[in-house]
Design a protein around this ligand. Sequence first.
Ligand SMILES: Cc1ncc(COP(=O)(O)O)c(C=O)c1O
Length: 281
Amino acid sequence: MSEIAFVNGTWSALSEAVVSIQDRGFQFGDGVYEVIRTYGKAVFGLREHLSRLQASAAEIDILMPASLPSLDAAIRLGCEKCGFSDIQIYIQLTRGSAPRNHVYPDSSQTTWVMTFRETKKIPQEMREAGVSIVSTEDIRWAKCHVKSLNLLPNVLAKEAAARAGAFEAIFVREGKAMEGAASNLFAVFNRRIVTPPKGPYILSGITREVVLSLGPSLDFEMCEAPLLFKDLCVADEIFLTSTTIEVLSVVRFNGTPVGQGQPGKTTQALHKAFQSYVQER
Ligand SMILES: Cc1ncc(COP(=O)(O)O)c(C=O)c1O
């Protein structure tokens, strides 16, 4: 078992993989990416991740380096080659390598990078205790639905959260809570569960979609609607979703306990349902 990388068709050990310093991903953050994981041998939500990658690339005029079936096959081959059972896969596509100029180069070939590592799971104690979050002004651009390599606002927000002893930062735009720096946001009000709607100000998470589809079978009313910051402050429960954290309870928001200050029953039920969903696929 080993950490491996793929750069434009060449496989190597992760530590040996390189791209040019002229690559526009390095020069401008001019690219898009996906984070995918496996559970055992099964790649979770691969079709959905690849179609989001394709949509992100199309939004910023980056050509796909291969067909979706070829990408799919390369990912599965990488999983076999690295040999871990739970694998975290990164795919990064950039506008290629060219002399530095903001304007797109006349000709360039999309750089296609993939890495395969063992998944870093959330520690069980953290899951059982729940996490803290803090709010921060949303200083991102108006295409947050594109999973862009340009993550500077997210980096700054996560760092500020870490310095405040919190796990995640929540972006707030014009009085509305949007999402975390690397996760989607849900708030529970009795049996009603609210998450901000899809649009240019959030990344439409693959995990978010699954959670929205699971709620009704547990008798929860799932609601994609604006989530006011002031309402988030009085939610019964708050939770975050992403490929890496799945469904994670928030127990403190800006230093104040959420609900009883412990992981709530609704969040726990949804995480259990999420885990069953993963196992059944
Ligand atoms: C800004 C942002 N929102 C939401 C998510 C969750 O998306 P997914 O569930 O597809 O991992 C991520 C994941 O990285 C993210 O970076």
